[in-house]
Design a protein around this ligand. Sequence first.
Ligand SMILES: [Zn+2]
Length: 139
Amino acid sequence: MHEMSIALAVIGQIEDVARAEGRSGVETVTLQVGELAGVVPDALGFCFRLACDGTLLAGARLVTRPVPGRARCEPCAREWPTGMPPDLCCSGCGAAAAGLLSGRELQIAAVRWAPGGVPAAAREPQQRTRPTPTVPEES
Ligand SMILES: [Zn+2]
């Protein structure tokens, strides 16, 4: 499945960073998903949850931030939202769009790391029920 390979790639990238920085868990991953990237956000979220199991990202939440498609016509210097399905013909001169300005994004916009590796739901201020590794936390 397309979405599954994307989910695995995203998880792999974040695991690499987590290892390099000594992170112990992930709360939220924010992905920019272009309208024209050919990805179904719901399917991606589903695959993400499955693929996170047994990794450092277990329990992490995936937030997808849609990026609208925009096309541009060179002769007219016109820009327009492509919509979905994409309209790639210039309404000024009828020519095909010279290119897409946006809408094909598929990238990690932000990662919120879990503090101390304790899931947010189980965390209470002033109380630690289990020892947590001391990881320097930058804020
Ligand atoms: Zn045009």
